[in-house]
Design a protein around this ligand. Structure first.
Ligand SMILES: *Cc1c(COP(=O)(O)O)cnc(C)c1O
Length: 500
C-alpha cells in the first residue's frame, strides 16, 4: 500500500523512548537549568509529544505532501487564485544568503542590497498601478484591503468627514466586505446587471454623502472588464468618495491598463497570485498597496527611501533607508518591512520578464482563458458571453437539472482525471458557478486535456460522479452530511501494541 505511514497520525506512530537524535556527553559541568524558575510555571510531566525516529517524521510529512495536488504536480485552474507556475529560479535567488539570512533588526547599512530590491519593487508596483505611494507591509491581499481602508479612514478623518459606508459589488470576493467591517465601516452591496457588470443605477442609488469608498474588482470576478469604468469613476468621485481596486485580477491587465489611470485611488496586489509566488494552504503571501499622491502620508511606515551620499572616493551613490512614520501614518500593520521572501520572488519575476514581458504575460493569460471558454461553452453554459479576460465563469445549472451533476460533482470528479478543481460556487451571482482560470503558464495540450476531461464527466453516470473522487485518499470529507461518513479510500492499518 502506498504511503501507509501517512495514513496515521504522528501520535499513533509514537513509541516511548524513540528518538531522532542522541546527544553526546556535554563535556562541561552541568547545572540544573530549571533552578530559579517559579514552580508554578514548571510542568511536572514532559508535554505529551510524539516520540519518533527521523525517518518516521520524514516519511510522514513527505507522504502527506504526496496526497496533495499542487502547481508542481497538476494543472490548477482555480479561478480568482491565479495558480500559475512558480519558477524555480525565483526560489533559488530568494534563498541567497543576502536575502534569506539577514535579520530585519540589522542596521540599514548592512541591508543595502535587500533595501535596494524593495525600493525598486515599490517603484515597479507604482508604475504598474499608475499610482504613487506604496507600502509593502501587508501580509496578504485581504490585509492589503484592510490597510488601504484604514488609510481611507484616516484621510476622511483628516478632512473632518465622517463618511462611514463602503460599497462593495455583489460579485466581490468575501474579503471586501469583511475588510470594510474590520476597518470600522458599514457596508452596502451594489448589484450586478444582466451583463455581469456593476449596475450603474444601483450604484447611483447607493452613492451619497456617507459613501467613503467604492470597492471594485476590475476585471471583475466573472472575468469581465467593466467597460463602464469611466462613468463609475466620475460618479464615485463626484460623490466625494474614493475608489478602491481589488487587484487580485491584475494578471489580466499588466502593462495594458493601469488602475490609477482608470480611477482607482487605492489598490492592493496579490504577489503570490499575479507575480508567481507559491501560495495555497494559508500563506505566506503579501498584499502590498498603492495609493494616489494625496494619500501617501497616511501609509504605514517604514517605507524604503533612498538618498544620494558621497563615498570615500568622492563618488556619489544611493543609500537606502527606512522612513520614520509621519504624524498622519496609520502606524504599522505588520512587523518590519513585510513578507520579504514573497516580495523577493515578485521582484525576481518582474525583473525576469521586464516591461514588455509582463504585458505578454497578461496577453497570454487572456488568450488561454478565451481558448478554454471557446471549447467549454459547447457543453457548459457560460452565462456572461463569449469573451473573457483571464478567467471565466461557467454554470453547471442546466447540467444539474438534466443529469443531476452539480458544480461540486464536477469539481470532485475532475480530481480523478488528474486536474485540480476549478473554483466552484463563487462568485455568488452565478448559479452553480464553475470558475476557470488557466493562467499563461499552461500549454495548449494541457488545456485540451482539461476540456476533454470536463466533457467526459458531463457524460458520466450519476453514481460515478456523485461518489467521486475515487482516486484520492479521502473522498468529500466535509460535505457528505451527518448521515454518511466520509469515504476513506484506504483501510486504516492496524496499530500493533508495541513494535519498539
Ligand atoms: C484572492 C483574492 C482576495 C484575497 O487575497 P488573499 O491574498 O487571499 O488575502 C481578494 N479578492 C479577490 C478577488 C481574490 O481573488
Amino acid at each position: 500500500m502506498r504511503n501507509q505511514q501517512s495514513a496515521q497520525l504522528l501520535f499513533e506512530l509514537s513509541r516511548p523512548g524513540r528518538r531522532a537524535h542522541r546527544l553526546g556527553e556535554p563535556g562541561v559541568p552541568t547545572t540544573d537549568a530549571l533552578s530559579g524558575f517559579d514552580d508554578r510555571f514548571l510542568a511536572s510531566d514532559p508535554p505529551p509529544l510524539p516520540e519518533l525516529a527521523e525517518g518516521d517524521v520524514v516519511r510522514h510529512f513527505v507522504g502527506l505532501s504526496t496526497l496533495n495536488m499542487s502547481v508542481d504536480t497538476h494543472f490548477y485552474p482555480l479561478g480568482s487564485c491565479t495558480m500559475k507556475y512558480n519558477p524555480k529560479r525565483n526560489e533559488r535567488i530568494a534563498s541567497l544568503p543576502g536575502l534569506a539570512d539577514v535579520h530585519p533588526m540589522q542596521d540599514p547599512s548592512h541591508l543595502q542590497g535587500l533595501l535596494e530590491m524593495l525600493y525598486e519593487l515599490q517603484e515597479m508596483f507604482a508604475e504598474i498601478s499608475g499610482l504613487h505611494g506604496v507600502s509593502l507591509q501587508p501580509a496578504a491581499g485581504a490585509h492589503g484591503e484592510l490597510t488601504a481602508l484604514l488609510v481611507a479612514e484616516a484621510y476622511f478623518r483628516s478632512i473632518g468627514s465622517s463618511r462611514n459606508i463602503v460599497l462593495t459589488a455583489d460579485s466581490a470576493h468575501g474579503t471586501n466586505p469583511a475588510s470594510a467591517q474590520m476597518a470600522g465601516f458599514q457596508t452596502k452591496t451594489v448589484k450586478s446587471n444582466a451583463d455581469g457588470l456593476v449596475d450603474l443605477d444601483d450604484l447611483a442609488a447607493k452613492l451619497d454623502e456617507n459613501t467613503a469608498v467604492f470597492m471594485l474588482t476590475n476585471p471583475n470576478t466573472l472575468g469581465l472588464f467593466d467597460r463602464n469604468i469611466e462613468q463609475m469613476n466620475k460618479m464615485v468621485h463626484d460623490a466625494g468618495a474614493l475608489i478602491y481596486l481589488d487587484g487580485a485580477n491584475m494578471n489580466a491587465i499588466l502593462g495594458i491598463s493601469r488602475p490609477g489611470d482608470f480611477g482607482a485611488d487605492l489598490m492592493h496586489y496579490n504577489p503570490h497570485k499575479t507575480f508567481s509566488g507559491p501560495h495555497g494552504g494559508g500563506g505566506p503571501g503579501a498584499g502590498p498597496i498603492c495609493v494616489r499622491d494625496f494619500l501617501t502620508k497616511f501609509l504605514p511606515a517604514p517605507i524604503v527611501t533612498r538618498r544620494e551620499i558621497e563615498t570615500a572616493e568622492g563618488q556619489t551613490e544611493w543609500y537606502y533607508d527606512l522612513s520614520e512614520p509621519t504624524e498622519h501614518s496609520i502606524g504599522r500593520v505588520r512587523s518590519f518591512f513585510g513578507n520579504t521572501g514573497v516580495l523577493a520572488r515578485a521582484y525576481i519575476y518582474l525583473r525576469t520578464y521586464g516591461g514588455d514581458g509582463i504585458r505578454r504575460v497578461s496577453e497570454d493569460a487572456v488568450l488561454s482563458a478565451n481558448y478554454l471558454l471557446s471549447q467549454v461553452k459547447h457543453f457548459l453554459d457560460v452565462p456572461h458571453g463569449d469573451r473573457c479576460m483571464h478567467e471565466f465563469v461557467a454554470s453547471a445549472s442546466r447540467l444539474k437539472k438534466d443529469k443531476k451533476i452539480s458544480a461540486m460533482d464536477l469539481a470532485k470528479r475532475i480530481l480523478d482525471y488528474g486536474f485540480h478543481a476549478p473554483t466552484v460556487y463563487f462568485p455568488l451571482v452565478v448559479d452553480e458557478a464553475v470558475m476557470v482560470e488557466p493562467t499563461e503558464t499552461e500549454s495548449k495540450q494541457t488545456l485540451d486535456a482539461f476540456v476533454e476531461a470536463l466533457f467526459r464527466i458531463t457524460d458520466e453516470s450519476g453514481d460515478t460522479v456523485h461518489e467521486a473522487p475515487h482516486s484520492t485518499r479521502i473522498s468529500r470529507p466535509d460535505d457528505v452530511g451527518a448521515a454518511r461518513r466520509p469515504v476513506l479510500h484506504w483501510s486504516q492499518p492496524e496499530t500493533p501494541d508495541d513494535q519498539s
